[in-house]
Design a protein around this ligand. Structure first.
Ligand SMILES: [Zn+2]
Length: 364
């Protein structure tokens, strides 16, 4: 019953009004809901595999695109290890299944931090802890703060020059930046579950990109740029993602008007339970109505990942990476140059160069 009450309350979000901080009963209800969310960890684990963050396809794709945006001093090392960075792009989502502290590093339920938190939340961790307490941040999500921590770890790895550490933290940092660009990672209504739009999460970030990737613009003219203030940069991304939430919710409702229930959902029985998911026909219609917003977010994620990798390297003192780029030859350089041309022509997929779509790049 309370779910219904929350549903009607949270619906106000969609029309622009956030729950008042002093509406204590409402917050309690949401907290109750959130507690359930964290109590049923077994169920959560199953759910997270399918709707943890950008689908694996997009997480992998943005890592590859980010490599192409790096400067000449960095690109040979990253290109030589591109398969590693792509393969390990979803790794933090895997960790959610075994580490109970992992999940809230991937999102931020902004409504839980009060009215207009998207604009008023302190951008630095220490001030946020002072304002909300560490317990609350660990509970309701803190992806932008975690990105900054991971950026520090990558910078430290560059300083040590340890190849494995650099690749590990570059992949993990890229993953969390990717998540921060997903609108539904910024809201308590993370699966449309409070507005009778359950299933929206995987529809937006997995189903649609899997159907549409062949039509996406995967080239970005962006070149990795130094971030003077990384925490401000990740908050810009969070705000941009959060701003997309109302329109993606409203668009789903509009597109639904053209579909019957049977056309909109595919109902399957799995292990005696009914499971409902959006049909391919609906996904295509919804994707068309959203225009380029998913593609745009994909490129925003890739650009920001390149910026963070680059900034970490600069902050480490621009270490020379040639020592950990063994046997980089003229032929490698030619292959890279050709690939950059194909990237520029947006023909990675048709040239079978998009690693996320290659069968030989498997999830770990
Ligand atoms: Zn994630």
């Amino acid at each position: 019953m309370y779910a219904q009450q929350i549903s009607s309350r949270i619906h106000l979000n969609i029309t622009g009004s956030y729950p008042e901080k002093d509406t204590f009963a409402t917050i309690l209800k949401i907290k109750h809901y959130m507690n359930r969310r964290f109590t049923f960890s077994a169920l959560l684990a199953i759910v997270l595999i399918t709707m943890g963050s950008w689908g694996f396809l997009v997480h992998k794709t943005v890592h590859q695109l980010a490599v192409y945006e790096l400067p000449a001093e960095m690109v040979p090392f990253f290109y030589q290890n591109m398969e590693n960075l792509v393969t390990n792009a979803p790794r933090p989502d895997m960790r959610r299944n075994t580490d109970s502290t992992e999940a809230t590093k991937h999102f931020i339920d902004l409504e839980m931090y009060g009215k207009d938190a998207v604009n008023t939340m302190p951008e630095d961790w220490a001030s946020a802890v002072k304002k909300y307490s560490k317990d609350s941040l660990l509970k309701y999500g803190y992806v932008p703060y975690h990105v900054v921590v991971m950026k520090g770890k990558l910078t430290a790895a560059f300083k040590t020059g340890n190849k494995d550490s650099i690749l590990f933290y570059a992949a993990d940092l890229g993953h969390y930046i990717g998540d921060a660009n997903v609108p539904l990672h910024t809201t308590v209504n993370y699966d449309g579950q409070l507005t009778d739009q359950k299933g929206l999460h995987s529809l937006w970030e997995s189903t649609i990109p899997e159907i549409e990737i062949g039509n996406y613009m995967l080239y970005s003219s962006h070149k990795a740029t130094y971030l003077k203030n990384p925490q401000a940069a990740i908050w810009v991304a969070v705000r941009r993602a959060a701003a997309l939430v109302p329109v993606m919710m409203e668009t789903e409702k509009q597109v639904s008007k053209n579909f019957t229930e049977a056309q909109k959902f595919r109902v399957q029985i799995r292990r005696g339970r009914e499971s409902k998911s959006y049909t391919t026909e609906f996904a295509k219609a919804y994707a068309a109505a959203l225009k380029t917003s998913i593609n745009d977010q994909l490129l925003n994620a890739a650009n920001l990942i390149a910026d963070f990798w680059y900034t970490s390297w600069v902050d480490a003192g621009k270490p020379n990476l040639s020592g950990i780029t063994p046997n980089w030859s003229a032929a490698d350089q030619t292959r890279l140059t050709n690939e950059l041309t194909i990237f520029k022509e947006n023909k990675l997929l048709e040239n079978k160069l998009l690693l996320s779509k290659k069968a030989d790049v498997k999830e770990e």
